[in-house]
Design a protein around this ligand. Sequence first.
Ligand code: F6P
Length: 366
Amino acid sequence: MKTKIKRIGILTGGGDCPGLNAVIRGVTKPAHDNGISVFGILDGFEGLVNGKTIELYNKDVSGILGKGGTILGSSNKGDPFHWPEETNGKIKIVDRSKEALKNYDGWGLDALVAIGGDGTMNIAHKMSLMGMNIVGVPKTIDNDLEATDLTFGHDSAVYVVSEALDRLHTTASAHHRVMVCEVMGRYAGWIALNGGIAGGADIILIPEIPFNWNTVYEKVLQRNMRGKRFSLVCVAEGARPKNGSLITKAKDKRRTDPIQLGGIGEYVAKMISSNTGLETRTTVLGHLQRGGSPTPFDRILSTKFGTNAIQLVMKRQFGRMVALKGSEIISVKLANAISKQKLVKQKDQAVLAALSVGVSFGSEKL
Ligand code: F6P
């Protein structure tokens, strides 16, 4: 006979995004209703290694649906398999996964709900191979997980981009300027693509379509000749010119992916200004895209993800991640969830729609 689930752990790993608290609430409330106690593990997998937990009561998850951030804290430096140990200013990477497993067993957890992006799902998969009962919930503003049509957080980030572009539009038009807006998304262009369409960008530059400088210059010059004396450029942090490389800001060995992207917006603005003579300005939206309240769409998706995750736990369907397919919440094996990154395809309907309304991707061949 299957043993009843009595106690679960829950953690939020990697970069935060709007909707994390809504998932925590979506897991915890039904868990309590089914007699399951919930241990909040603090700061992602870091807390699982270091033993930092709090018990979550109903009062803790009440009123958090619309709150940004995560009541549990998060970290992208706490990978138990890639743990940065600092001695005398030197960083050595060690494996502390056995300690994480020991804590999980020691706290008497029957299962763990891990909420996070590809990094967190990777760790969750490796931990599940070590014997932990894990259910994953996908989050990321980048929307770059192939196994789910959407991750929560993306819609909220797109909302921020769209609003920013609306604001940049009016000032660009007043001053006859080219406004370059750099957005996040890592190696995927979803935020720039969707945010750019929603905010009426004239040029959208994404990692999946390396751009041609001349095509970019021609687009802004053509607009000027036609009397539109301003242009909006939405550039993904991972975008790069043909034969060019990624623009990075810093490297941090303590992270699983050590690269910190940033700087392409400023570069694009400088190139446009010096090659067209037009006045340009840059806005980097940065972490504004990750902060604040989730949109209603993200609150609903997070609630569906959270409540479905606890259902999987109660049915003892471990080693799986909840996912959105069409309008249905399904579950996929963790192993499959991490196998492929979802990138923008050149024939994506959003790309085609953008092209049809005159958006340039800085490439002639589309
Ligand atoms: O993955 C989410 C994300 O916001 C990316 O879009 C961005 O490149 C990265 O995290 C920034 O991470 P950090 O906040 O650690 O600088």
